[in-house]
Ligand binder design. Sequence first.
Ligand code: AMP
Length: 538
Amino acid sequence: MQEVPLSIARLLRFGSTVHGTSTVSTWTGEGVRRATYAEVGSRAAQLAHALRELGVTSDQRVATFMFNNQEHLEAYLAVPSMGAVLHTLNIRLFPEQLVYIANHAQDHVVIVDGALIPLLAKVLPEMTTVRHVVVSGAGDRTPLAIPTVQVHEYDELIAAQPTTFDWPEVDEHDGAALCYTSGTTGNPKGVVYSHRSIWLHSTQVCMTEGFGLTDNETVLAVVPQFHAMSWGLAYAAFMSGASLVMPDRFLQAAPLAAMIAAERPTFAGAVPTIWSDLLRHLDADGGDVSSLREVVIGGSACPPSLMEAFWDRYGIRVVHAWGMTECSPLGSISRPPVTAVDEDAKRAYRITQGRLPAAVEGRLVGPDGEVVPSDGGSVGELEIRGPWVTASYYLDDDPDKFDEGWFRTGDVGVLTGDGFLTLTDRAKDVIKSGGEWISSVELENLLMAHPDVIEASVVGVPDDKWGERPLASVVLVEGAAVDFEGLRSYLGERVARWQLPERWAVIDEVPKTSVGKFDKKVLRRRYADGELDVTTLV
Ligand code: AMP
């Protein structure tokens, strides 16, 4: 067979010609600005010329500090296609982390949304390798004026450039994009995706056993382009011809509902917190979401109650998926197999984290380091390997994460013989109570199915007798009475008695990480610092 490199430039050429009439629509608050993939292709070529003029050669890093929008898509395509490396900066990280990441990656250029200038300006003086900032969209440029950096206007910079580019032939194993994990402990770590890994991952995303994307679909990409490459949606859209709707900075439930009603996407991807906000909004204020065929939820465990609410009340099928920055990120997706005939059997599959595809092998390793069987009952830490799973971190040693060619995910759960994964917890969140393990996720999911509870987070806290015991922090529906005894007996009907939390607290909101996951370390700290008003049931 021929040796043809699988590259982003091929993807760009294909999408912008064969699917030249597909569109990317960026929400502006009232409506959209729209561009065809043909136009995006031309502008990506112009951007590449402009970046060359700014001195971007070879595999230099071009960072983005952006929401999901058309220009971010152009950077996704232009930067890797010209042989450089796209580095997506997470706009929600703490300043120290952003500075660390930009310096570690040695970013040369940062492309920033005008609306994000105030955030970037705070950290720019400490980003020691950045020489150019390219600004897209409205916003006061003054805070960017520092001696080491030249500031450019995105549209002006690309305007006079040729609309075609002689894309270099890259080695498919070369780096195309770089994304840092949100890192709860220690410094964030970089994962470099190769052209090949992105290509292969995109084919999986397009497949029926993935997100099932075709040129007949319109994808609402809520999951940020700075979080795990927006789950591959941007590249998969160029591969399949699916059109894209980009929410830009409008990520709250009301504008999302307006966007869905106006742009009629058929498919969407987001973390559970965003969809539970949207559900509450739809329940309270209504909205036309009838265009949505399917919504993939991942990034944290999707409560079964959320899946069921969307199906029962809006006819939208929620598909649960699991993944990580380190695996591009798609690791598993939950579509019931053909053997599941009745609704109960299908449901039992849907609530799992899903089936690992052919390219992602998984195994479970028990506490003693031995592989345990994939029999649906034996619990262990999930290890994975495959062509879009990282083999190392960028310029960073973390030998603990790699186990003889396998990547240690830090997620604990069970695998079945037919390849389905059910996670019980992150290894560090499992509650170790007197020699038994309690799944915080299971308790959270059950609590969040209770009609009085909006959000619930369960963490292990030190206990003299048992080592650790669960503390349940709940966000209650407005007007609901605080009834911990009631919640506890509700749980008592569903889990073993020794798993029931004694410690309870009501909180206003579950703290979230920069990518919208429950931030359990904040709750543990609040508990340790005595900041929570805890009731102990005996
Ligand atoms: P990130 O690299 O930020 O995407 O985080 C990856 C981690 O998110 C995984 O290792 C899991 O702990 C968690 N995660 C992602 N998807 C799911 C899911 N469907 N259910 C439970 N945890 C998930």
